[in-house]
Design a protein. Structure first.
Length: 450
């Protein structure tokens, strides 16, 4: 039986490296990935690993196994897909070792947690993984946190969260860099013709969906905007823990395709050229600050016929609160408080916001809410198909806070495809579809197609 280990797997899961024992004559073994009985991958052998020779006394070779398609963590962990090697007529499977096992396990936990709420905790409990609970004594200091009585500690730029979802950047900013959409990999330029073709296909699918939505809604007499918001990594790349030189290639390509389209709104240039006294992004969160959402709301009003962006000219961010963010618990298992400058009390009058309808399937995606506001300055009905950047009406860090105060009737459906049947049923004055840079890898369904 040959000995060896797969020590590491590349972020795109198409390159496996490790070491393997060589044959009695020193010849390289045959090595491949056993994919349900099919031999796939191209193996290249390097020099002998001195650490393996020293520890085990085995003649060995380092190897890199390159695949055309990424390995799937659940299949590798279940040993349905394994690296196989043959030398001297002996066939052996090469197990995961080093960081590879932990990487695959982390990927599996992340993917499961993204699809089923509570899955991460159940898996960790089953694996008897004991996590450090900094939250044990948090309740006793909550009041001082909310009052801004904070102490700042120095952490190295680039430090990753335990689940490899986020990293610490410069100036106290936390950044989403991993996650189920493999955000770090999205900034990588296509490496071959196949990846280039996939990028072009996705960009073209987005462009087709936007144009089709525009045509259908134009026939219905309803103004339409497709909004794409850049990642915090893109907008604040000078503070990022990674070497980010611009938007992801897919976002850049979509912007090129839609450059002259009147129904397309990209906030890339607005955030790249941000010059406001208040930052556009929260330090401890993936979302914008109230200043950032205010700027986006004003820009959207400017693109909706019959809406006057001057309504927002008198808004002043003179209030102060300390707010936790969605990235802090990834690192420390407790909230991490950030000073927020929010609209002064009474901004946009005295809103009479009522929740007229609410549906939640148990998670955010697929939720559907309708708010009314009889005192709103814009007596119009707007339907938004979006995500967390619209989110809740309770915080000015979300666009919903502004829309529920601006429009007399505001609908939010948490999805990335425009539901034309719903639009025809409610007959809104405006329709907005919104996405975020990392979700561009999942093009929406084009109306009229399955």
């Amino acid at each position: 039986m040959l000995k060896g280990y797969v020590d590491s797997i590349s972020p795109n899961k198409r390159s496996l490296t490790g070491w393997v024992q060589v044959g009695e004559g020193g010849e390289d073994p045959d090595l491949w990935l056993d994919l349900d009985g099919e031999q796939v991958g191209k193996a290249v052998f390097g020099a002998e690993r001195a650490d393996v020779r020293s520890a085990l006394g085995l003649a060995n070779k380092s190897f890199t196994l390159t695949l055309e398609t990424p390995v799937q963590s659940q299949n590798v962990l279940a040993k349905a897909h394994q690296v196989a090697a043959v030398a001297d007529g002996v066939r052996s499977f090469i197990p995961l070792g080093g960081s590879a096992y932990h990487q695959m396990l982390a990927d599996f936990v992340r993917a499961s947690a993204a699809n089923v709420r509570g899955a991460r905790e159940v898996i960790l409990d089953a694996l008897e993984v004991n996590e450090l609970k900094l939250s044990k004594h948090f309740a006793e200091v909550r009041e001082s946190s909310e009052a801004g009585e904070l102490s700042y500690l120095g952490f190295p730029v680039g430090l990753r969260s335990s689940d490899d979802v986020g990293q610490i950047g410069k100036d106290g900013h936390l950044f989403l860099t991993g996650g189920s959409n493999a955000l770090r990999d999205q900034y990588r330029a296509p490496e071959d013709a196949a990846e280039e073709a996939l990028l072009e296909k996705r960009a073209t699918m987005w462009a087709s969906a936007i144009r089709t939505n525009s045509e259908v809604l134009d026939d219905l007499g309803i103004p339409f905007l497709q909004v794409v918001i850049p990642e915090k990594l893109t907008a604040l790349r000078h503070l990022a823990p990674l070497a980010i030189t611009g938007p992801t290639p897919l976002y850049r390509r979509l912007d090129e395709l839609m450059a002259n389209e009147p129904n397309y709104v990209s906030f890339l240039s607005m955030f790249e050229g941000w010059s406001g006294d208040i930052g556009a992004w929260q330090r401890n969160d993936t979302h914008c600050s109230p200043a950032g959402t205010l700027a986006m709301a004003r820009a959207l009003l400017d693109r909706l016929p019959g809406c006057d962006p001057a309504i927002l000219d008198g808004v002043e961010l003179t209030g102060t609160i300390y707010r936790n963010g969605d990235l802090a618990p990834k690192f420390f298992d407790i909230p991490l408080w950030d000073k927020q400058q929010i609209p002064a009390p009474g901004t946009l009058g005295d809103p009479e916001i009522e929740l007229a309808f609410s549906h939640s399937p148990g998670n955010f995606v697929g939720s559907h809410n309708v708010w009314t506001n009889e005192s709103a300055p814009i007596k119009k009905k707007v339907v938004v198909f979006g995500n967390s950047f619209f989110g809740s009406v309770t915080s000015p860090t979300r666009l919903s806070w502004w829309f529920a105060r601006l429009f007399s009737e505001y609908h939010l459906k948490w999805e990335n495809t425009v539901d034309m049947d719903y639009v025809r049923d409610v007959r809104p004055d405006y329709v907005i579809a919104q996405s975020i840079e990392r979700f561009l890898v999942r093009p929406p369904r084009i109306p009229g197609t399955s």
